[in-house]
Design a protein around this ligand. Structure first.
Ligand code: FES
Length: 90
């Protein structure tokens, strides 16, 4: 099974900038809305601060399959997840 790993920073600065709202948004969608089937799944993890926020201007940070998304919001994260689901289920 193919898996998409979504890591959402749960550090102080990213949390203040809305990272938990992103986690809630992902959790609120079902597999059908994301285009998931039995061949592809998503693992969502809260991760500690990796120090990326040193200057504090581009939080919250989300990593999707290792790719950094700066100034992440629910919309940009969902778009990237859907794009990867489509690539992985071709
Ligand atoms: S708090 Fe998110 S990268 Fe530091």
């Amino acid at each position: 099974m193919k898996k998409i790993i979504v890591e959402v920073c749960a550090g102080t600065h990213c949390t203040m900038m809305g990272s938990m709202d992103i986690m809630d948004a992902i959790a609120s969608l079902d597999d059908e809305q994301l285009g998931l089937d039995s061949q592809c799944s998503i693992e969502v993890k809260a991760i500690p601060c990796k120090g990326t926020c040193e200057h504090g201007k581009r939080s919250p940070y989300v990593f999707i399959d290792g790719e950094l998304i700066e100034n992440a919001d629910s919309s940009s994260v969902m778009s990237k997840i859907i794009e990867l689901v489509q690539q992985k289920t071709k």
